[in-house]
Design a protein around this ligand. Structure first.
Ligand SMILES: [Zn+2]
Length: 55
């Protein structure tokens, strides 16, 4: 895949998704979980689910 397109898709994925702590099952507004302090967060996309990474 064209790397420029991939970079744009990745940006879009970040825009459309929210950081999500899977262990607390909570959305996290900041870069790390306010409950457990973890920064190992998944990306949650409403109606799609959550995945690690942006693919
Ligand atoms: Zn947490």
């Amino acid at each position: 895949m064209n790397s420029e397109i991939k970079a744009q898709l990745e940006k879009l994925a970040f825009k459309r998704s929210k950081p999500f702590c899977y262990s607390c099952y909570e959305e996290t507004a900041t870069g790390c979980c306010q409950h457990c302090g973890s920064d190992d967060l998944m990306r949650l996309i409403p109606e799609v689910g959550c995945e690690y990474g942006t693919d």
